[in-house]
Design a protein around this ligand. Structure first.
Ligand SMILES: [Zn+2]
Length: 135
């Protein structure tokens, strides 16, 4: 019997094997759920902050490119937010906003070193959405 610290609650516990990680089944389950629960929490925060899908995708792309705090980055975010709220605009205004956002975002992230996979996915999702609203 060895005394170990639980990786979840940090309580010390007596384990039969030195490879044991958790004090109880409850902590083991909590650890296994950890990753999924974290994602759900992030989604919940995004929903709570009131960002629509275009603004959320734009925010992520700007953060990944480390261009969120630039004037162009902020302009792109404002445009994205406007697009999400665009029920009040005409179809033509929305199409023009979408085009403007695309150009602003391209300019904002032009010199950034983008990591391939997650950003490409976000960009693809945004472009699908922009194409949908632009017709
Ligand atoms: Zn524990």
């Amino acid at each position: 019997v060895v005394e170990l610290a639980c990786q979840v609650c940090e309580e010390r516990f007596e384990a039969k094997r030195s490879t044991a990680k958790y004090c109880s089944e409850r902590c083991k389950k909590r650890a296994q759920r950890g990753a999924g629960a974290k994602n759900a929490e992030t989604r919940e925060q995004e929903t709570r902050s009131g960002l629509g899908s275009v603004a959320a995708a734009t925010l992520i792309e700007l953060q990944e490119a480390k261009r969120l705090q630039t004037p162009l980055g902020q302009a792109a975010l404002a445009l994205a937010h406007r697009l999400d709220m665009s029920q009040m605009d005409t179809g033509q205004a929305v199409a023009s906003l979408a085009k403007q956002l695309q150009q602003t975002l391209e300019a904002a992230t032009a010199d950034a070193q983008l990591e391939n996979d997650p950003v490409d996915e976000v960009r693809a999702a945004r472009e699908r959405k922009l194409r949908a609203v632009a017709g």
